[in-house]
Design a binder for this molecule. Structure first.
Ligand SMILES: [Zn+2]
Length: 155
């Protein structure tokens, strides 16, 4: 089963209600071949774009993991929406130039998504990343152990 653009858009519209700052924003999903990444999210005009890598993501069998990936991107938007124009540009620059900053931002996005109700989905996303040995910022988020402590500690 290969998922199409509408599949990802459907999930985004279902889950964006959990992210109040972007709940009413236009969020476009673009399927394309992305070198080195599986998802990229960015601001464009008054809305947002999530690029989905056609080589990998449409073939993922776990819906929960895909929801986790999309919730992670929406969490970035939710966090960044609180920044003014200048702060947003500085944040993007730091993200692109500093690996330490990138690691911090990726952990924050995972945490934000967990706090917004997507703990199990973030866990599934992390399992997917580890299972497939995805590199770069894909594996910069919270570790499986950290997510387990946050999500499953009371179960
Ligand atoms: Zn991220």
């Amino acid at each position: 089963m290969v998922h199409r653009k509408e599949y990802f858009e459907g999930i985004v519209s279902q889950i964006k209600g959990n992210f109040p700052r972007v709940r009413n924003a236009q969020i476009d999903v673009v399927l394309k071949k992305i070198k080195r990444y599986h998802f990229i999210g960015y601001k464009e005009n008054d809305g947002y774009v999530i690029e989905v890598d056609t080589e990998t993501i449409p073939h993922v069998g776990s819906k929960r993991a895909i929801v986790g990936c999309l919730a992670h991107e929406l969490a970035h938007f939710q966090i960044d929406e609180g920044l003014t124009g200048l702060a947003h540009r500085q944040d993007t620059e730091r993200y692109n130039s500093s690996e330490v900053y990138r690691r911090k931002e990726e952990k924050l996005a995972d945490l934000e998504a967990i706090l917004r109700g997507f703990g199990r989905e973030i866990y599934s996303m992390r399992l997917l990343v580890e299972k497939n040995h995805w590199k770069n910022s894909s594996n910069y988020g919270l570790t499986l152990k950290e997510i387990r402590k946050l999500v499953y500690s009371n179960s």
